[in-house]
Design a protein around this ligand. Structure first.
Ligand SMILES: [Zn+2]
Length: 349
């Protein structure tokens, strides 16, 4: 008891003075701590600012490096269509005839071929994509706007993911040689609008139904405004898969294309025909065995544009696009059945 009382009492007289000193000390300690914290914060801020600045500089360098690499890659001769497409997308976000000036060139003697599928999307389109994916090759799909509206956007996105090209085949498969300028223009515009609504981008190429109406001013006007190539097909390799004997005979369809293929062919097929879809695995393998490299229509056109110029097209009597737009650039392709050639032009006059 006494021990506790001796220990516990505090001199009451000195307490205020000692408390004040302690308070002052505490205050100065607090100020010191605060100052230290502020210093630490300041140092941290300066360090972070420097780090961010360095990072920005590094990113800029990376971008420059990527661009340089892309440019170098574009110059390089490559037969790898997927790499080419990726490179083109990086350097030229908008795939237009004008924008794709840095198109790939292929080693001399490379046999190029473009498979095209008209009238979709339809029930067999996923199966076509499966086969393309299996073989790692691209193709071009000329879609109908009225079919696009009922299609899952993921299917269209899958086409793009597989490096395929999407083409405009009008809204309702209207034969453009039988309608006036305004109707032709509207048919093409509505198809592109349907694509915009689904995947946020329009077609890059046009194929008029039945290959007709290339001289319709509405088609020419639209193609020029939108910078969309216009292309039909090459009938040497086309098995007319909508008719007998190809129709209903997958093996015949495959062999017809394999046996008749030649370089720069643009093969017309329809993913709406079951036998065509079933012929693809054999067809693609057979063409691969013969050394063909598969490209999209735009890639085919850009590769051929070096070889088949507008002058030759004019000499061969291809005048409709030229005459319709005197003085303007010409973007277009016309297949000449008589000479079994198609012509491409993109020069300005
Ligand atoms: Zn068609």
């Amino acid at each position: 008891m006494s021990y506790m009382s001796n220990k516990s009492p505090r001199p009451s007289g000195g307490a205020p003075k000692r408390t004040m000193t302690a308070q002052l000390r505490a205050l100065s300690n607090t100020a010191l701590v605060l100052a230290t914290v502020l210093m630490v914060l300041l140092v941290a801020f300066v360090w972070m600012a420097t780090a961010i600045k360095k990072k920005d500089a590094k990113n800029t360098d990376d971008t420059t490096a990527t661009t340089t690499t892309s440019a170098a890659a574009t110059e390089e001769s490559t037969a790898d269509s997927s790499a080419t497409e990726a490179t083109t997308a990086e350097t030229t976000p908008e795939t237009t005839p004008e924008a794709t000036g840095t198109h790939a060139s292929y080693p001399e003697g490379t046999k190029l071929i473009a498979l095209t599928f008209d009238d979709g999307p339809c029930e067999y389109t996923p199966q076509v994509l499966d086969t393309l994916q299996k073989h790692g090759i691209p193709a071009t799909f000329f879609l109908l706007g009225q079919n696009v509206t009922g299609t899952d956007p993921q299917l269209l996105q899958r086409m793009l993911d597989l490096n395929c090209e999407i083409g405009n085949h009008t809204w309702s498969h209207t034969v453009l040689s039988k309608v006036d300028e305004n109707q032709a223009y509207e048919e093409l515009q509505k198809c592109d609008q349907a694509l915009m609504d689904k995947i946020g981008q329009k077609a890059t190429v046009i194929r008029p139904p039945q290959g007709a109406g290339l001289a319709n001013p509405g088609l020419l006007k639209y193609a020029l405004e939108q910078r969309e190539y216009c292309i039909n097909w090459n009938d040497i390799s086309c098995p007319a898969d909508w008719q007998k004997p190809a129709m209903g005979d997958a093996h015949y369809t495959a062999q017809h294309v394999i046996d008749n293929a030649s370089s720069y062919d643009c093969v017309l097929l329809h993913d709406s025909h079951k036998s065509t879809v079933e012929s693809l695995d054999e067809m693609i393998q057979g063409l691969k065995d013969k050394g063909y490299v598969f490209v999209t229509v735009t890639q085919l056109l850009e590769a051929t544009s070096d070889k088949i110029g507008i002058d030759e097209a004019r000499a061969q009597g291809w005048t409709d696009a030229v005459e319709a737009y005197p003085g303007g650039p010409v973007y277009g392709v016309r297949y000449e059945y008589s000479s079994n050639k198609y012509f491409f032009g993109k020069k300005s006059y």
